[in-house]
Unconditional design. Structure first.
Length: 123
């Protein structure tokens, strides 16, 4: 087995980052889960009770449970129990890590704004 060098370590950490990004993107690649996630992002750090999420989105409780489990496995949502209710919130740290991963080398360091194209004058 070759020795663990810093180059090998950083290479492996990039692979893990890619795997996490793929898992998160896969979890969001379904309409109901995307709606749940967007609702939780809008709700803020306090989150929403599972029953309220189901009511707002018109999703049956068992279906919602499946979607929340998928989002949770991708580390996109956090849960906490208060009394008999489970509250879910967006994991903003993971969301920001995914956004950083997606935009890490955006436009090769150049501006992402499209160059202004002059309009043709009508004669």
């Amino acid at each position: 087995m070759p020795p663990l060098t810093s180059a090998c370590y950083f290479y492996n950490s990039t692979i893990m980052e890619s795997k996490s990004a793929l898992e998160a993107l896969g979890a969001l690649a379904q309409d109901s889960r995307l709606q749940v996630y967007r609702l939780l992002v809008q709700a803020g750090p306090e989150g929403l009770a599972a029953s309220e999420i189901a009511e707002r989105l018109g999703v049956p409780a068992n279906t919602l449970s499946f979607h929340l489990k998928t989002l949770s496995h991708a580390d996109l949502v956090l849960s906490r129990q208060e009394g008999r209710f489970i509250y879910y919130s967006a994991n903003y740290e993971q969301m920001n890590a995914l956004l950083r991963f997606l935009t890490e080398n955006c436009c090769g360091g150049r501006s992402c704004m499209p160059a202004a194209v002059p309009r043709k004058r009508r004669v």
